[in-house]
Design a protein around this ligand. Structure first.
Ligand SMILES: Nc1ncnc2c1ncn2[C@@H]1O[C@H](COP(=O)(O)OP(=O)(O)OP(=O)(O)O)[C@@H](O)[C@H]1O
Ligand SMILES: [Mg+2]
Length: 732
């Protein structure tokens, strides 16, 4: 096998997403003139991985620019930086020209480089090494700096190919204090803003080099954590690789809670693998996370990265992290009795570390929630003297509580809003009673017992509002009130009020919730003169057996999120309402996720998976054949647009009452974007022949949509399930 390895990166099998960003920077690099890009993102969002992969792409995939990657670090002196930088520029140019990856990876002395340049007739570049030696002998650090920083321009002039600089951690060029570093960053800024070379530079603060570097001249590109879909798939994949058992929903929660930060995500899965714990419950996540944050890998990384200087700095940081409002200098100096000069120093340090943002004399927290948790731990133990175990317990408890609300938030629509939407759409439709009776519904679908087939006609809704104003001091889940009329008659005899409570948590509605609701509705109904009051409890996670019993006895309606989803679909969609009239068409929603690695025939794995899911749902062979063909097309399309070898494709199958919905996402690249013919990365690739792909998919499925997601798009394929209809839903 050819030796193509350049700078160290994580194994391809452990790298997720970022296809769009890598592709974008590579394309911009090849433009004439290439624009400068400033890439910023918090610690460990994956800037280095991304830039090294850009370098790899440019090194092997094109010949329009000479890519040079340089990572800034701490230096003893400006001359030391100059030598290091000069060596990298010369070495990587030689490597590019000689197509020799070893030169990039290996350390080479300046003398050896000098000889190599001469051997390859690159005398003017060899001169740069001589000037450097001269400057060092004369202890002329400015000359050494300027010589090194001019080397990319010399390379461009010599080779006739522009240099594209990939400057990682550019903020490190200015972070140490002292005259020499100030000179370094000044010279660097000058060379970047005046020099002919184009660049992409990364930093973990928005204002590197005192904000002066790229004023207005560079395109800013923020690198946030991985998006929810990609981050969840990454955890699933790592979980499988490291033999960690998991529940997808918990991983999704973890991925969001850890801000999609790849370092945190990996660290959590490793911690689980090391301690032999699974990631199947919220409690397991809470325990593992707090342990890793306090004593494990995450804690070590954060401790060294934050480098908290002094107890007052910690106090200020803690105050900012817990305050919902920006804090002013006066607030802080008064609260902590700080001299203005000390406070100024602290604020400068925190803002340099990207932990706070300073705006018009106010400080706003800019670190994420993981850093906030860590600060809480350090503060509580160091300042308040609490034991680590006590703080850990407190934090784990908070995470459990937070986790409850998570699923509602993830759906994009909170359950409460969903219930309000459902009640607002009441318009004399007929709905199966079963959908309002959780006990009967679960008996039928979870235990296979028969249920009643009766229907109920919902009223015509006039409006829906929250009960807050009517019961200001009440605790408990929110209650919604909807007014309407029955039987299409607008008289007081037909006036009806629906009172619905919504529990949007990861735990089922319990007897306490039922009692709370019964008491509150008793008081609330005093407000309405309506002839009839209907009480309805909605619980995201259903109901405990005890609660179900009490609800039945009281004649209160009850629905879980599955029932609600079916009600919602039925009310909104006339066709589906007719389909839903017969209860044997109703089945709980099931979701499956599959991550496809980029290998030949990966789409066949997808076809196999959909065949099983489709058969279980009751699609006939012809329909399954159509779904498989459409899915294979979507997968090929997704891989094709990913362009880079590392890409993966994420599939989510949602099998619901009357349809199969398949989400196909490729980590961020548009599916339908026309490919640029001159794209260097694609040079030599097969010409595109799949313009008809969408037409084909549309012919095979009932719905084909392209939905925007962060950084790209995904394809959504829908096939309706119509039992007894041999065409299985393809209504022509
Ligand atoms: N897209 C990704 N998929 C999987 N792992 C990733 C991804 N991006 C980064 N990582 C891993 O996350 C960790 C942090 O990545 P990296 O060092 O690139 O972040 P960074 O933003 O450069 O951090 P720093 O702020 O320290 O410069 C590394 O272990 C890296 O291998
Ligand atoms: Mg980095």
């Amino acid at each position: 096998m050819k030796d193509r390895m350049l700078f160290n990166t994580c194994p391809d099998g452990e790298f997720f997403g970022r296809v769009y960003e890598i592709d974008y920077i590579c394309r911009r690099a090849a433009e004439k003139p290439a624009p400068a890009i400033f890439l910023f993102g918090g610690r460990w969002t994956g800037k280095t991985e991304l830039l090294r992969r850009v370098f790899h792409g440019l090194f092997w995939g094109q010949a329009r620019v000479v890519p040079i990657y340089y990572q800034f670090k701490g230096y003893g002196s400006a001359e030391e930086f100059a030598e290091d930088y000069l060596k990298e520029v010369l070495k990587q140019y030689l490597a590019f020209r000689l197509r020799d990856a070893r030169l990039v990876r290996n350390e080479v002395s300046l003398d050896k480089l000098d000889r190599l340049l001469v051997d390859n007739d690159l005398y003017d570049l060899a001169d740069l090494a001589a000037i450097h030696r001269e400057a060092r002998r004369a202890s002329d650090s400015t000359a050494a700096l300027r010589n090194a920083l001019s080397s990319p321009a010399m390379v461009s002039a010599r080779s006739g190919i522009p240099v594209y600089l990939i400057l990682d951690d550019i903020d490190h060029a200015a972070c140490s204090d002292g005259q020499r570093e100030a000179a370094l960053s000044r010279e660097l800024i000058d060379s970047l803003s005046l020099g002919p070379a184009s660049f992409v530079a990364s930093a973990s603060t928005k204002r590197p080099l005192d904000g002066a570097a790229f004023s207005g001249s560079a395109e800013a590109m923020e690198l946030p954590g991985l998006d929810e879909e990609v981050a969840t798939s990454m955890m699933m994949d790592l979980g499988r690789q490291y033999g960690v058992e998991f529940d997808t929903e918990i991983l999704r929660l973890a991925a969001t809670r850890l801000e999609g930060n790849p370092m945190y995500l990996k660290s959590l899965v490793w911690a689980a693998a090391k301690s032999g714990v699974s990631l199947s419950t919220l409690k397991e996540f809470g325990d593992l996370y707090t342990q890793d944050l306090f004593e494990g890998n995450m804690g070590i990384a954060l401790r060294s990265a934050l480098g908290l200087r002094g107890i007052n700095s910690l106090r200020v940081l803690h105050a900012c992290s817990t305050s919902k409002r920006p804090l002013s200098d006066e607030d802080l100096s008064e609260r902590f009795r700080l001299e203005p000069s000390e406070l100024e120093n602290i604020i400068e340090g925190l803002s340099e570390a990207g932990l706070v943002e300073v705006n018009l004399g106010s400080l706003l927290w800019a670190g994420g929630s993981v850093v906030k948790d860590f600060i809480c731990f350090v503060y509580e133990t160091r300042v308040k003297g609490r034991s680590a175990e006590e703080v850990r317990t407190y934090l784990a408890r908070e995470i459990l509580k937070e986790g409850f609300g998570f699923r509602g938030a993830r759906a994009g629509l909170k359950l409460k809003d969903e219930v309000a939407e459902v009640m607002r759409s009441f318009n004399n439709q007929k709905v199966l009673k079963l959908l309002f009776r959780n006990q009967a519904f679960s008996a039928r679908f979870k235990k296979g017992k028969g249920g009643d087939e009766g229907e109920l006609t919902v009223p015509q809704s006039v409006g829906c509002f929250s009960s807050e104003r009517l019961e200001a001091g009440e605790a408990g889940p929110p209650i919604l009130v909807a007014h309407g009329f029955q039987n299409g008659r607008y008289d007081s005899g037909n006036e009806v009020v629906w009172i619905a409570s919504v529990k949007d948590a990861l735990s089922p509605v319990n007897i306490g919730d039922v009692e709370n609701f019964l008491r509150r509705t008793q008081i609330l109904r005093e407000n309405f003169r309506a002839a009839k009051v209907v009480r309805w409890m909605v619980g995201r996670e259903g109901f405990t057996a005890e609660a179900q019993k009490r609800i039945e006895a009281e004649g209160v309606f009850s629905s879980d999120s599955v029932q609600l989803k079916i009600i919602k679909e039925g009310l909104a969609d006339k066709d589906s309402a007719t389909r839903l009239k017969s209860s044997d068409k109703i089945a709980p929603v099931k979701e499956f996720e599959v991550v496809l690695p980029s290998s030949s025939k990966a789409e066949l794995v997808a076809a196999k998976a959909v065949e099983e899911i489709g058969t279980e749902m009751g699609f006939d062979d012809a329909a399954i054949g159509q779904i498989k063909a459409a899915l294979v097309e979507a997968c090929i399309n997704a891989f094709e647009h990913s362009r880079l070898k590392i890409a993966k494709v994420f599939l989510r199958f949602v099998a619901s009452a009357d349809r199969l919905t398949i989400h196909v996402q490729n980590g961020g690249v548009d599916f339908d974007s026309p490919s640029e013919p001159s794209d260097p990365i694609e040079a030599g690739a097969m010409p595109r022949k799949r313009g008809w792909g969408f037409e084909l998919m549309r012919g095979l499925m009932d719905e084909v949509r392209v939905e925007r997601v962060r950084g790209g798009a995904k394809i959504v394929l829908v096939k309706y399930l119509v039992k007894g209809d041999s065409s299985n839903g393809k209504e022509v």
